[in-house]
Design a protein around this ligand. Sequence first.
Ligand code: URA
Length: 433
Amino acid sequence: MRMYDIIRKKRDGGELSDEEISFFVSGYTRGEIPDYQASALCMAIFFRGMSERETVALTKFMATSGDTVDLSRFGDFTIDKHSTGGVGDKTSLVICPIVSSLGCKVAKMTGRGLGHTGGTVDKLESIPGYRTTLTEDEFMAQVERVGIALVGQSANLTPADKKLYALRDVTATVDSIPLITSSIMSKKLAAGSKNIVLDVKVGSGAFMKTADDAKLLAENMVKIGKSCGRNIAALLTDMDRPLGNAVGNSLEVIEATEVLRGKKRGDLYDVCVALATEMTALVKKIPAEQARSLVVGSIESGAAFEKMKEWISAQGGDASYLEDTSKFPKAAHVIPIISERDGYISHMNAEQIGIAAAILGAGRASKEDTIDFAAGIILCKKTGDKVMRGDVMAYLHTNVEASIGAATERFTSAISYSDAPVPDETLIHGIIR
Ligand code: URA
């Protein structure tokens, strides 16, 4: 078999056989197929697409290109969740303990932030002592005993995706539905959970800027998950503004505890309840309405917050920070951004706000950068809110005084105003089951 023939076949609109796809994935992972041929194939896939059979094959071969996690000892109770990435998206910190308190087993590998989006691993590391690396035995024992463990992605999970994603990033081939589907779903299959809920973000802070594109991606991923024997659903949720009010690592952990303690409502609470409802319904095979009342009950009874503390302590973290969030170190500079006009906020560019938070120290521009856990932004006003001249729009938190000018400029340019009231934005754009 020759890589040249595989590229030509796809370039001319042909359907690749399972053997050809396997040849490509294993050869590329082992370094036997050069980047220039892999990128030519990605570009051919970008233009010609893939059939469902081809996408399933690509996903399965990528999933088994490295280590896989065997969670079969937990039966059908394992649940994973994946967000396509956003700004202020701390939903995993909220929903994983909720569903764990309801008997679901959460054995989750989770990522770091890059660019304008945050990552759950970084948020968890802002809790002193929290270990994002466990041995396999420790990981399994914690899932068995506590019902929840969240760690960073193991080094040899889906090496084919690691190489291909880096290549796609620099060859303008990221935004291809079969390539995104196989990238995300290969990681989810390798991570081993029987049940999967996807949070496909839509809007200015998301990868998919329109609801139609997000729906297509979600439908594809659900189809592939089912073909691979998983119970799966996808929610399309809004990322046209940051989720919640906090953007930045320890600031987001604090906000997550507020939701779990029943002290905070609004968009973050609503998205978390919707996701946790879908996860619970999938695992327990119960109607959504029944699942929703279990989820809300777990927050209201305090069971979910107790589970969060149990989980964080089990993983070495100091749970007293969750009880008393004033213990988290504060940034040296907390700068208010003041509105210079009256009106209504008509739009907040979530991507630009994510970049402003990164400039303050909350994110990385490259993988090697270190994160300042205390840095970020607290939003006091969000899309739809009425503002008066002189109102505080947000507080910028940073330890780097020199970053304040650039972050202020980014933040203020991300906000659009209107003179007339703005209709409520849709939060949940749809559910694909
Ligand atoms: N996230 C992934 O993990 N892979 C993609 O291809 C796109 C988003």
